[in-house]
Write a protein that binds this ligand. Structure first.
Ligand code: PXP
Length: 241
C-alpha cells in the first residue's frame, strides 16, 4: 500500500517570522514541495500564530493541489477556521497553547464526548478527520467510538527508542495499527520521523496511509536541498514494497 508523504511547512513560517518579511514564502514552499513530490501539505496553526498564521492557511488553500491537512487543538477559533477553509483533512491534536510541539495523543476515553461532538461538526462539512493517538489499544478503541475516520499514531516514543531497540520501539505500533485496521480506522503517523527511522516504520506498518513530517525534513533540506530531501523521504516510503 502506498504511503503518502505530507510535508509540514510550519518551519518555513518560523523562519519567515524571525525577520518580519515574506522570506521564505510559505506559499512558494508548498508549491515547491508538491513539485518535488510531496503528496500533501500540512500546517499547524497555533493560537499565538507563532508559526503558520491564519492568513497563511487561506492563501495555502488557494494553491495546494495535493492533500491539504490542517492540524491543531480544536479550540473555537481553530474549528471556525477549518470549517471555513475546508481542507481535505483535519488532524486534531491535544497540544497545550504554549507547548513547544505536540507531545502526546488524545486520551480518547476522558475526552470522548468532546471529540465526538467536535468530529461530528467536521464530518457534517465533509472534512476527513484524523485524531492524534498514542500507540495504545485502549486509546485506539476509544478513537473508534468518537467517529473519527483515521488516527495519527504519535511516533515520538518510537523515534526515541528506535536507536537503542527498534523492535521494542515498534511493538505497540504494530498492535495499534492492526487494531485500527480491524476496526476500519485509517492509520496515519507523525512526529520525529526522519531518514533513519522512517523505513523501518513503513516496513513494519504496511497499512500506513500517510506520514506527516516537518522538523527533520526541513533540517535535512539545509544540507541536501529541499527537492533532494523530499525525494529521499519518498524513497524511504517506497523502497520496501
Ligand atoms: N503530527 C502532528 C500532530 C504534529 O503536531 C507534528 C508537529 O507539528 C507532526 C506530525 C510533525 O512532527 P515533526 O515536525 O517532528 O516531523
Amino acid at each position: 500500500m502506498p504511503t503518502k508523504l505530507s510535508v509540514n511547512i510550519n518551519k518555513f513560517a518560523t523562519l519567515r517570522n524571525s525577520r518580519g518579511s515574506n522570506n521564505p514564502d510559505v506559499v512558494k514552499a508548498a508549491q515547491d514541495a508538491e513539485r518535488f513530490g510531496a503528496d500533501g501539505i500540512t500546517v499547524h496553526p497555533r493560537p499565538d500564530q507563532r508559526h503558520i498564521r491564519y492568513g497563511d492557511v487561506w492563501e495555502l488553500k488557494k494553491i495546494v493541489t495535493t492533500e491539504f491537512n490542517i492540524e491543531g487543538n480544536p479550540h473555537p477559533e481553530f474549528i471556525k477556521l477549518v470549517l471555513q477553509v475546508k481542507p481535505d483533512q483535519v488532524t486534531l491534536v491535544p497540544d497545550s497553547e504554549h507547548a513547544l510541539t505536540s507531545d502526546e495523543g488524545w486520551d480518547t476515553i476522558t475526552h470522548a464526548s468532546f471529540l465526538k461532538d467536535t468530529i461530528a461538526q467536521f464530518k457534517e462539512h465533509h472534512i476527513r478527520v484524523s485524531i492524534f493517538c498514542n500507540a495504545d489499544e485502549r486509546m485506539v478503541e476509544g478513537a473508534k467510538a468518537t467517529g473519527t475516520d483515521r488516527i495519527e499514531l504519535y511516533t515520538g516514543p518510537y523515534a526515541q527508542l528506535y536507536p537503542s531497540n527498534k523492535n521494542e520501539a515498534i511493538k505497540n505500533y504494530i498492535i495499534a495499527a492492526n487494531l485500527a485496521t480491524q476496526m476500519e480506522l485509517g492509520t496515519n503517523a507523525g512526529h520525529d520521523l526522519d531518514l533513519y527511522n522512517l523505513e523501518f516504520f513503513k516496513k513494519e506498518i504496511p497499512n500506513l496511509l500517510e506520514v506527516s513530517i516537518g522538523h527533520a525534513l526541513i533540517c535535512d533540506s539545509i544540507y541536501y536541498g529541499f527537492e533532494n530531501t523530499i525525494q529521499m523521504y519518498k524513497r524511504k516510503l517506497s523502497s520496501i514494497i
